[in-house]
Design a protein around this ligand. Structure first.
Ligand SMILES: [Zn+2]
Ligand SMILES: [Zn+2]
Length: 200
């Protein structure tokens, strides 16, 4: 038998469903991330499990996949830099069209538009690769969208002391004797610097 693409990692087989509109299959698989999945500030790290639950439905245009991905994202609190672990349960839905359907769409679009530029949603259209669908990009996009822009260790993290950088959540009593800002300029002038001392 010739070598052929098979199911692996993020690639799922739809063989029993292809060209059989109305048929449906549910799949559950734990996939391991090969590279971080997320943003610069928070992501599912490499080599972590992502639990993928799928419902694959055969429709006339192709295979409609509805599912969810569960994993833990890790990052740093933007306020105090403490580690943040964000449990994720990300829903997604995507239609993978049969290649000839995609070609047909392009033809129609080309005829109507007249110019070579494809409509914006053309890039978004995903195609079946034979019987296989690769869900890595779909899940990656869903995860990135679900992650917080500014991860925080708690809703009202007080962050770091602007004077000395201490974590205020761990030291609620923390404070400095504040000089009235109107006087602080004068105080700075009055405080001898290292240079001044040398001169004296
Ligand atoms: Zn924090
Ligand atoms: Zn301080």
């Amino acid at each position: 038998m010739a070598a052929q693409q098979t199911e692996r990692d993020w690639v799922f087989d739809t063989r029993e469903l292809v060209r059989r509109p109305g048929s449906m299959r549910e799949v559950s698989r734990a996939v391991t991330t090969q590279e971080p999945m997320g943003t610069d500030v928070i992501a599912i790290p490499t080599d972590r499990p992502v639990q993928v639950e799928l419902r694959l439905e055969s429709v006339v245009e192709g295979i409609l996949v509805t599912g969810s991905a569960q994993a833990s994202a890790e990052g740093e609190c933007v306020h105090c830099l403490d580690p943040v672990v964000e449990p994720l349960d990300v829903p997604f839905q995507e239609l993978f069209v049969y290649p000839e359907r995609a070609a047909h769409h392009q033809k129609v679009a080309g005829r109507a538009g007249g110019d070579k530029e494809a409509p914006a949603d053309e890039d978004e259209q995903r195609m079946l690769d034979g019987d296989l669908m690769d869900l890595e990009e779909v899940i990656r996009d869903a995860v990135v969208t679900a992650l917080p822009f500014q991860p925080a260790c708690q809703d009202d993290c007080p962050g770091l002391c602007s004077e000395c950088g201490v974590q205020l959540a761990k030291d609620p009593e923390h404070h400095h004797d504040v000089i009235d800002p109107r006087w602080s300029a004068l105080a700075a002038m009055a405080t001898p610097t290292a240079d001044d001392e040398k001169r004296i």
